[in-house]
Design a protein. Sequence first.
Lengths: 246, 303
Amino acid sequence: MNAQYLLLECRRIMRSGRFLIFSMVMPAVLFVLLVGMYGGNNSTYEDGSSVAAAMMVSMGAFGAMSAALSTGARVAVERGSGWQRQLRLTPMSPASYLYTKLIVAMLVAIPSIALVSILGATVEGVTLSAGGWLMATAGLWLGAIPFAALGLLIGLSIPADSLPSVMGLSSMVLGMLGGMWIPAQIAPDWLSAIMKATPSYWFTQLGQSALYDNKNLLTAIAVLAAYTVAAGLLSARRFVTSAQRA
Amino acid sequence: MTKTAHTNADGAAVRLTGLRKSFGPVQAVAGVDLHIAPGEVVALLGPNGAGKSTTVDMLLGLSNPDAGDVRIFGHGPRKAIGDGLVGAMLQDAALLDDATVAESVALVAALHRKPMPVAEALAAAGVTDLAARRCSKLSGGQKQRVRFAMALVADPDLLVLDEPTVAMDVETRRDFWQTMHKTRRTVLFATHYLDEAEQFADRVVLMREGRVIADGSVADIRAHVTGRRLTAVVDAPDTARLAALPGVTDVEVRGNAITLNCADSDLAVRALLTADATARDIEITAMSLEDAFLALTTEGATR
């Protein structure tokens, strides 16, 4: 791992203003809008739980997921342009390259969680226990790791020009099937079976552990870890085979 | 100060042995052996599809040979690159559009253990005044010079350059080669420009259909096409009669203009003037490297 490379990558992300604002501001705006639609700060679901709190972790998760996913997938551009070839002419190992990309993706996931949480605590009046806040912030952030790895895998697998459409589609589908937009409870059985196969469903479960004692927490951690390992291994393999072909 | 810190056991900077590579049914490289001594500047020439780029890729460890061996100062390519012994400038290796020139060169420097100062590499490549510019705002020739700075900043013993002066204008090309010569390193460059090979290479390696078909100094290569070329204008040229003249090996007729390839041009010009009173505008020239190149790369193509 090379510190200067990581620094340059961070600077490059900061320069892509539109991309950064989109991944940071969109979930925050959606959060405020959705809470408003459901009747404001103090509204509750039928079981008495807070709508604002549930929306906060859902949109925090959605923001972190899309940010990690799309930042990881930016490697498609470097593959297409030949920058990866240039880097292969330096002593940097392929593993360092992939780790740096993962770290950058995880850094980009921070602002959306932070912004949604700050809005939740101030504007929307969400109250959580200390452990709840920890889970809604740090827990959600760590839960975004598999999406950074999945983004990397997508970026190593698709051509750069189809990147925007593939990324838009995959965050939307993962958001829907993950129950970030509509609660998984109201889905019919066949759909809920599909939802449970997605990493985003378990990511949502992780987020909900911030709100109540969720018996699915350990399963969620296990599934997300499994997705991370699988996506990581497949990415490493793709990276090596694409090097051979180049 | 030619750098000689690292050498193969046999003293070679580069040693390729029995290198082969196929893509499906196409044999891109069909057995290449090449030995480059430290300090040599070698031009790799050949028509498109001759296997130059594939050879360069294998030399740099960007693609694995089907058979054969690559040694750079005694090491495999990955190890040699890891040790900073190799700087390379590839045709299809891009720059980062959203990084500046200085950032790009500094990054490559940071990835190497013993780089030269970034400012020195920028100056040597003539891009100091472009340091703060984003790479997306560079012209084609400027990009090439930035790539050269990136190859140079590792302070390598061997420079591998694939078509380095493509997209450069005439003046920039001359500056580039002047810089090149000042660095006094082992250099292998692939080029389409024969005059570059002629002026700047100690040695020329000619490839065709995946094989090395000629290897030697520019003079050696030229000697492959012996003789001189005689051009003249005659009224009503008769190909058969011209070919029968003493000293003539080959005849080409275009309207009244004739071109005679001659083993002995002195003999041929006397015979021509005697045989045809209309012969005029006579010129006799030595065969160029281009003639040698054409002769070597096309001969046998129809066999």
